[in-house]
Design a protein around this ligand. Structure first.
Ligand code: XMP
Length: 519
């Protein structure tokens, strides 16, 4: 079954990916203007396919250093004559120049990195942009001779062609990055390209996404038995509610409670989906099964593997009880889908997700209702579907749960200690209104014991670590500068209210070199 929910009438912009690091950001910026954008690697789509797909505009992303490198991505110049407006960004504009017969040069003293003042002419691309403004540059090569038919419309002290255009063919290009926030008027420039050059109206709205999805699945899944693994995370929750609206009780959600959840989390998930939404939910209390498998295991990767595999086994057992399943739903989102042509990266941790499920359960098809959406769009859909705010905006929680926040062997007793400490810390962060300042914050239970004193007696207890990070994408993260008062209150409450804790420390390591989770 074709998974696409985007209506064929929706206006679409193509982000043609030449390997730049900002390709996802460009697509998000376009979508923030309520214009639907799709990312495609340049090697996977031909000019003819672009033409027939009906894109209203194309954005060439940045990419490797020089268009004259043989290994650099090149493209069929026929794309320039499709009559579809194009905006080239950084490498993208250099490629446009190269394809159209202009000259790109390299000179050591012409490279620019970081914030640069750009002087712009009057041009549709710079409507509502002052003559001089700050833009973000990151280039070594520069355009020394624009192609025939192109004129220069912006420059910097070092760069004679900071922007060019051929208005008659609706081809535009900028050497800087309008998609990053450091470019003061970047949003205005993107809007000008979208609305004034491409002529879109901005019809990408979450309401229409929801309506289309419900209509599509109501028709296509009528009478089918549909199964979804609900974790209580944002993606699977939104997918569940969306499908429930379409097919009601034909959807069965299986929530595997592995006993490694935060305080009261299992009950919260059960109440929300069973009571509030009236969904057909099976909660599997599998704590004993998981703790049995984890007994004596201390090695982080081994813990992760055991939990991942056991999760599949439990889910499989439940699915078998339900008989023949026609459809499996997965909460895949757009960043998981985009093929970027990047090389294999080293495995730092084996992340747990439900990607392995299709191998073990027999069903006819997979449905991924969120595969066109970025995370912030998934959250918008969640809010519009009436999912509780605390669930839609909840911080990420790893699939293996608290198991990767307990150093050493996992026991029920340690889990209970960690749950209490973690709940106190989260409560204190929330009470101080710091939830928007930090993106993820939690407690870790180490296996380190140290000496303390309580009353007049010596104690010898465990050490809790508090961790809070600030990040956009969790690929890199900075430790959050939480106010000392929040740390102090958390420390004092944890040592007083949770048994066996002698010491509380705050983790001041960023990622890299550390990771967010301790295991
Ligand atoms: P690390 O520790 O790799 O974490 O810096 C980055 C982000 O990913 C989350 N995380 C996971 N999420 N399954 C998940 O769904 C996992 O196995 C997993 N491990 C880490 C982590 O909480 C952080 O947000």
């Amino acid at each position: 079954m074709e998974n696409k929910i985007i209506s064929s009438k929706t206006e679409k912009i193509l982000v043609l990916d030449f390997g730049g690091q900002y390709n996802q950001l460009i697509a998000r910026r376009v979508r923030e203007q309520q214009v639907y954008a799709e990312i495609k690697p340049y090697s996977r789509i031909t000019p003819e396919e672009i033409r027939t797909a009906g894109y209203k505009g194309i954005i060439f992303t940045g990419g490797p250093n020089s268009v004259y490198d043989e290994s650099s991505p090149h493209y069929d110049p026929a794309i320039l004559d499709l009559g579809i407006p194009i905006l080239g960004i950084c490498y993208g504009v250099q490629l446009m120049v190269y394809m159209a017969g202009g000259v790109v040069s390299s000179a050591e003293n012409s490279s620019e990195y970081g914030k640069t003042i750009v002087q712009a002419d009057k041009n549709v691309l710079f409507k509502d942009v002052p003559e001089k403004s700050v833009c973000w540059m990151s280039h070594t090569d520069f355009i020394s001779t624009p192609p025939q038919g192109f004129s220069v419309i912006a420059r910097t002290d070092k760069c004679p062609c900071a922007a060019i255009c051929d208005e008659s063919r609706k081809l535009y290009g900028v050497q800087f990055h309008p998609e990053v926030t450091h470019t003061e008027y970047g949003t205005a420039m993107l809007r000008n390209f979208l609305f004034d050059v491409c002529g879109v109206t901005g019809d990408w709205k979450m309401e229409s996404f929801i309506d289309n999805a419900i209509e599509k699945y109501t028709n296509e899944l009528a009478g089918k038995k549909v199964l979804l693994a609900l974790s209580g995370g944002v993606d699977s929750s939104v997918a569940a509610v969306l499908l429930h609206k379409a097919i009601g009780q034909n959807l069965t959600c299986v929530f595997v409670d592995h006993g490694l959840l935060r305080k009261d989390e299992g009950d919260f998930v059960e109440n929300t989906f069973r009571k509030q939404f009236g969904m057909n939910l099976i909660r599997v209390n599998a704590e004993d099964r998981f703790l049995g498998k984890l007994k004596g295991v201390t090695e982080p990767e081994k813990k992760r593997k055991i939990i991942g595999e056991e999760f599949i086994r439990v889910f499989e057992d439940e699915a078998k009880k339900l008989g023949k399943i026609n459809v499996l739903v997965q909460g895949t989102i757009y960043p998981d889908v985009i093929e970027s042509g990047k090389g294999d990266s080293a495995v730092i941790k084996s992340h747990h997700n439900v990607g392995g499920l299709p191998d073990v359960i027999s069903f006819d098809e997979i449905v991924e209702p969120l595969r066109d959406l970025f995370k912030d769009e998934v959250r918008k859909v969640g809010e519009q579907l009436g999912i509780p705010h605390e669930l839609v905006w909840r911080q990420p929680f790893p699939g293996p749960g608290l198991a990767v926040r307990i150093i050493g062997e996992i026991t029920k007793e340690k889990l209970d200690v960690l749950r209490e400490a973690d709940a106190i810390f989260r409560e204190e962060v929330a009470n101080a209104g710091m939830e928007k300042i930090t993106n993820q914050y939690f407690a870790v239970l180490t296996d380190l014991k140290s000496v303390g004193v309580m009353g007049d007696a010596r104690t010898y207890g465990r050490t809790i670590v508090l961790r809070a990070v600030t990040t956009d994408d969790f690929m890199t993260a900075e430790w959050t500068r939480l106010p000392f008062e929040v740390l102090e209150r958390s420390s004092s409450r944890i040592t007083n209210e949770v048994g066996g804790i002698t010491r509380v420390v705050y983790d001041i390591t960023s990622k890299p070199p550390a990771t967010v989770e301790w295991e």
